[in-house]
Structures are given as C-alpha cells and as structure tokens.
Design a binder for this molecule. Sequence first.
Ligand SMILES: [Fe+2]
Length: 466
Amino acid sequence: MANRNSFLQPRPFLLLTLSLIIIAIAAASVDGSDDGAFSRPPARNVLITPHARAESEPQQVHVSLAGKDHVRVTWITDDKHVSSVVEYGTTEAGPAGKYEATASGEHTKYRYFLYASGTIHHVRIGPLKPNTVYFYRCGGIGPEFSFKTPPATLPIEFAVVGDLGQTEWTQSTLQHINGSDYDVFLLPGDLSYADSQQPLWDSFGRLVEPYASRRPWMVTEGNHEVESFPIIFPHGFKAYNARWLMPHTESGSSSNLYYSFDVASGLVHVIMLGSYTDFDSHSDQYTWLAADLAKIDRKATPWVVVLLHAPWYNTNEAHQGEGESMRSEMEELLYDNRVDVVFAGHVHAYERFTRVYDNKADPCGPVHVTIGDGGNREGLALRFKKEAVSAPLSLYREPSFGHGRLRIVDEKRAHWSWHRNNDSSSVVADEVWFNSLSASEECWPRKGGNVDGGGGLSARVGLDEL
Ligand SMILES: [Fe+2]
C-alpha cells in the first residue's frame, strides 16, 4: 500500500484526502472488482513507473491499427504547446531526424475531479507497407521509436492477455511476450487498474510503452475502465476513451467501446465487443455487430475472432454469471456467423472450452477461452467449480498468471498456446490446433448457407432440414 501511494506524497494533503474518498466511493461501484470470499495468494507489488523525460518529450507512446494500411500513434506530453505531429519512415533517422513522411493529427485532454491529464496526442499515419519496420518521432522532439506493421498474408501471430494491471507479475508477462516475436497484441479488457486514481493511468502508459510502441496494441474495455461517478461522470470511460482511442470510426462504430479491424489483407477479422455498454437486441452495439458480421465474406475472410471482457462460459467461482445477460443477447449472432474463437478476461485464471453454443458442446460454435491472467494486483481466482464429468465443456483450467498466443497458420488452421509464468520463465502449459469453421462442410450447409459471402443468419446447422 505504501508503495502504491508513494508517488502521491509530494501532492497537497487535501488532494490526497479527496482522492482517497473518491476512490473509496468509486471502488464500491466498480462492477465485479470484488471476487467474493475465497482467498488468493499474495499479489505482487504495484509498480510505479516514473516519467523520466522532459515535459515536451513524448511519454506513454503506443500504436494501434487504424483502418486499412494505417496506424494510429498516441502519446502524452506535459507541455501543452507540443504539436500533434508524427515524422516517420522506413530508415532509421537517429539524431539527424530526417524522415520520409510527416502526418498531423489531433489532441485532447480531460479532467477527473482534481486531476488534469497531460495533452493526449493521436496521429494517424499511412498508407504503410505490410510487415515493415517504421521509425518514428512524436511531436518533433525526443527519442526515436520503431514499430513493425502486421504482414499482408498468413501466418500472423497474436499475443493475447487480459487483466494486465501494473505489478511485478505484469512485468514478467510482458517480458515473456516480448521474448518471442508476434504481430499484434490483443487485450480483452482491464488495463491499468487505476480505479479512478488517475496518475496510475500515466504510470501504466509508461510501463507498457517499451512494448506498445513496438507492436500494435488493440484493446477493449473491462470493468476497471468504467470509472463512473454519480452525476459527475455518469457515463464513465473518461480516461479510457481519451487515452486508448481505437478504430471505431474506421469500422463504422459510433463508440470507442466496440469496433472491429482486419489484418492479413482481410484474412482475419477481429471484433472487439463491450461488456459494459448496452448490448441488448435494440442497442447500437447489437445493431453494429449484426451489420459488421453480415459484411464478412468467409471465402475472403476465413477467420473471425471476437474479444470481450466478462466471459460467457466460466467454471471458476469468481464472477459467476456476470457474462450471462450478454451471452443470452448476442451468442446466437456469433454462432450463426460461425465465429471461430471468443477470448474473454475478467476471471484471473486461464480456462479453455470446447466448441460450444447455448451451454452445449457444438461443432459449429466458437471455442471460448478465458485469459484474464495478465498479473494485476488483485491476484488469482483460485477456485473452480465441479463440472459434469460425463460431458465437460471446460477442457483445461488453471489459476496461474501467463499469456496466450494465437498463430493463424493458413486459411484452415491456427495454433493456440497458453504460456504460464513460472516465476522468471515462461512455460507452454496448454496448446491445441483450431480449424477454421469457414472450411467446415458440416457448419455451412449448401442450402441456405453463406460461405459465398454476406448474411449468414440462415446458415445454422440443421436449418435446411426443417
Ligand atoms: Fe474485470
């Protein structure tokens, strides 16, 4: 606790007191942050990552995919006079700082009670070549960074982990992820665990910068991003939306809380859903999702991957039933469109299910994986419920920190592996091959099917037999 609050000590006493009151009230309203009565092993300390550069220099640099052949560069400056400009090119410029291209963008800032953010810059750059290292500089000052764009073809590899936080375990997980190359980072919610303590968002941004400035980080929101407060911030997501702008405009979504993107020239379509915004059949999210799925031609896009925060299938005692209302509204849409895999977070453990639909094993349903084991300060969800031995849906479950890797090898096959944090080393503890549902004769009956593109809502198995 002393470590967690040490960065606040130089601030005035009044600010500290007010912050603690706000945190206490807000924490009480954070959905699902209390995991019940069971005990967890001691979580590791929160790491506070200080700002070590000048006020005008960039901090918290991260990149994200932003529509076809484009990347968004985001960074924060304490100096409000810095331009939202990114210089970039395929040649290392070094101190000379001569780049092939320049792009301008926008900036924003926000207030949360007495906290005032720095200037948050967002600059979209491109068109960029695939599978290419770009060197870049933010705001015309400070260090040179580099990132690699994803490939235009398969294979492509995703690193997947949720509930990251900013502890020594988080550091281990990130180091393990960085130890082996990947193309895109996918995070199914719960980033900083700031929980209204806004300087922790800055600390998190600095902790992840060495990783998030090198590969695109694509995130969706968890309950720890909400940070709502009655009357003053009723809609929540103030910090999350300002800091982690995702390509919702580019994917036809009116909200930063759900969006989609293509990689590998559209061979893989990734959909990021929002567990903490409306999802019923009359909601904007539902309407957007139905339209987004209907646009997919599974001949051109054999792989469809979905991420969300609160798992729809979960045999852990923690967070039981919290994803059920979303599942009952949206599962049929995903099933009818033959989504291949659904990744969730929220439960601080790892669990992999068989292909499932409507609580039954189904060869045409998605594989569900819970990967909320990034290493946050709340610790692990240790207890799993007993499952039916005769027909288990859960095939592997373990309460350990770690991360996952989805390597989509070609149009038909993908390899999934879960890498447990064994202290300083990373060990593959679970692995499995997935087949794309787009190639399944059984799941795409010719009569009424849509493997040739569009729709898909009538393609449920057995529908043509009725
Ligand atoms: Fe969560």
